[in-house]
Write a protein that binds this ligand. Sequence first.
Ligand code: ADP
Length: 493
Amino acid sequence: MRENRFFKTLSYKIPILRSLAAYIFVLMLIIGIVPSVIMRIGILQSYEERAVTLRISDVTTQYKIIANHLLNYNYLQDTSSDVINAELEQMSNLYDGRVLIINSNFRIVKDTYAISEGRIMISEEVIKCFKGESTSRYDQKSGYIEMTIPITGQRPADGEEATEVRGVILASASTDSIVTTMDILSRKALIMEIVMTIIIVGIVFFFSHILIRPFNRITQAIREVKDGYTDEPISVPDYIETEHIVEAFNQLLGRMKVINDSRQDFVANVSHELKTPMTSVKVLADSLNQQPDAPVELYREFMQDIAEEIERENKIINDLLSLVKLDKTEAVMEISEVDINTLLESTLKRLRPIARKRDVEVVLESIRPVTAQVDEVKMSQIFMNLVENAIKYNKEHGWVKVLLDADHQFFTVEISDSGIGIGQEDYDHIFERFYRVDKSHSREIGGTGLGLAITRNAVLLHRGSIKVSSVEGEGTCFTVKIPLSYVKAGGNG
Ligand code: ADP
């Protein structure tokens, strides 16, 4: 764990440790070079083993022949034979080594170096050899092979088959020629390896760059979108991986486009909606100005209209401000335990004068007392908007019924009316900003087209839902469902 963190910190300090191209480069380099190194070492080693084995068998064969000569000349008892001495000298020179002849008393009868003659020689190898077993030992460090060869003769007493070891030849041979060949081979192999490494590094460098090129292309394409040269979906289909990145990016781009389009629409709508009352005010004021002797009654009437238009403008601005506040995802929710029955009663009380004006009867029916954790101001805004709409879009002598109910998790408020109704095709649209089914009718009765957008946002901030069902010409029913306990987004913080 600590090592992992250490590597992370280190990789942030040394950016190349986080480079995919560097990883590909190193990986391909290892795959390219390691086998050739292993092969070089393996081949040299097996050459050495084979050359040493051949040398041992070669030397052993030679000395076996000499062993026979030794017996023939009775050399173990008398070392004066010039022929044998010359033969031993020649062998010792040929193999650049020393030869010792040891008799059955372990005494050295001949030493080609003439140092140890007459001495006793008891060693593991010599004893083994007296038991009839040739031995050989390769000393790589000093570059010598050491061998023992038994001098075997027939035992006169036991007939033809029986043999006995009468002496031992202890010989050494230099492996200089093998070492020299090895050196040459190893140097050549090393040169080849260096050349190969240079070629591999070149190829690997080239490919590691080619392999990550699609990622650079993605970066370039995203940069172009960022810098505003294009807003078209990008396409880098080289790898499945790059395709996934591009797909995710294009989805993000699509979402941003939708957000941008809706923002532009919103700005256009806002400007238009704010301009309408201003235009009316201007028309009214101009027409008064053009009639210098207009009667006071006309002035009064027009001034009344101007005041209404200003009031409308005010309403739109207030609604816009509420909407903007609710639009912020982290809109501040002031949650408290609220008595929903009381809240509904006070909302209806405030709306009764408008209802009375339109001769609409408003009834509240509560199945049970409900208290819930809600933002009181926002909840009141929800009820206000829905009940006000139910009154506004009603008929003469119509009714509005508000029904409050709850279970152990949610409370529901149903606001039904006997009004003009909404066509099914408009169900989704009525919650959009500035959408009005019948623009002129809505404006006539003081609508801004923002009420339901505000309502829906406020409901969503309470993690609730809002549904509409309606029959055109008969009436509409809005159902709001809100959790009794407030749950913060993400469940933490
Ligand atoms: P407005 O300010 O125009 O009332 P809203 O966002 O509150 O804007 O409502 C959007 C539109 O939905 C209204 O213009 C109206 O056409 C329709 N609408 C809303 N409530 C009702 C209802 N109870 N009955 C019929 N139509 C309704």
